[in-house]
Design a protein around this ligand. Sequence first.
Ligand code: F0G
Length: 458
Amino acid sequence: MATIIEPFRIKSVEPLTFTTRPEREQILKEAKNNLFLVKAGDVLIDLLTDSGTSAMSARQWAGIMTGDESYAGSESFYRFRETAAGITGFKHIIPTHQGRAAEKILFSLLGGKGRYFVSNTFFDTTRGNIEYSGAEAVDLLTEAGKKPQLIADFKGNMDTAALEAFILEKGAENIPMCVMTITNNSGGGQPVSLQNLKETAAICRRHGILFFIDACRFAENAWFIKTREKGYENTPVRKIAREIFSLADGCTMSAKKDALVNIGGFLAFNDDDLAREAKNLLIITEGFPTYGGLAGRDLEAMAQGLEEVLDEDYLRYRIRSIEYMGEKLTAAGVPMVLPTGGHAVYLDASAFLPQIPAGQFPGVALANALYLEGGIRGVEIGSLMFGKYDAGGQHIAPPMELVRLAIPRRVYTQSHIDYVCEVIIEVFRKRELLSGYRITYEAPLLRHFTAELDPADS
Ligand code: F0G
């Protein structure tokens, strides 16, 4: 098979900054051993997130110049609305400055004490917005999705039996909404099948529960359906995406992922009353409903990005590039969440560094080692991000200790990825020399962003 090449050529470039290992040792020390506190300019290959880090196309940049900056009724809004409605089929399209702003509006309206929201897995900001409203957020992921090394096609699926049982237990009247996150970011970027989307939608409909999609990576999920689910191999991804949305009552979208822009998002659904309330909230938090916290030019770029992300040559390359990285690392014995997902490789830090207990943050040790070895920045998704303390102050570890290496869209080439693999494999070779960390400062909430750490043995 011929190499699947990047389906674009490069018109504009940004230089990378190279540092030496002694420089990186100093930088990491000054950043209190927390990669969030390292300046981006001191990072060679930045895989912290695939959010807002996409390279825009020439046509998107052209849209930046032609954006209509009128306060009300901007032409760019109408173009954006037509595109988003064309893809999703939803009647009301409400722009927001990013995904969590759409979540904030939705859950302010539907949340509240005594209510439950269910999902395959809520992303942190979604969970945060639900909990902030006083409601509870409950994840009901299929068992396969909890086993990092298990190879299965749709490890992002909802456990529909658990969903039925949960509805029986809590009562449908206390569950305003079920949200399907596609792909499941917190569970390894794993996709959800159309079969599972259909079953979940049917259960929700039967019980009068709203069914929404967290659509950040909808195009990547649609590509997995095309390539893995029987009966869809010849269906265009645009049609698959439309079928996904047709099952739902609405969606939230962070355009910073699959709309290939650096900022943007939207909320979409059909209900007229909800739309009126959402727009009223939008006006006091984000802005007038024809710009929603964005500039007209951002709406132009988003409309163009939504079209480009459904290009199948792009999606073939996108998913293949992550799989390629996974194959190289697997061949070298590096443990990770398998199969690779849509937007990132998730290294399994507990299997990589079995000598480091969860309480000494193996994910941080691995992420920091990758930075020191080769200037690569990933993010720990493990005990630092999700660990808790019991009543006696003992550390309670989350189920997995991972390091996410998220691949920005259209930014790095195959040789960058080859380099990243070489660095990971080198660290893997020297893994027995690594040791853990201890926290010297932590904030009461979302501590991973600002925590300060020292080597555990210091
Ligand atoms: N839902 C999912 C599944 C996400 O991955 C994110 C963001 C959001 C909602 C929130 O969107 O950032 O535009 O407000 N994920 C980023 C990440 C931050 O790095 O995975 P936002």
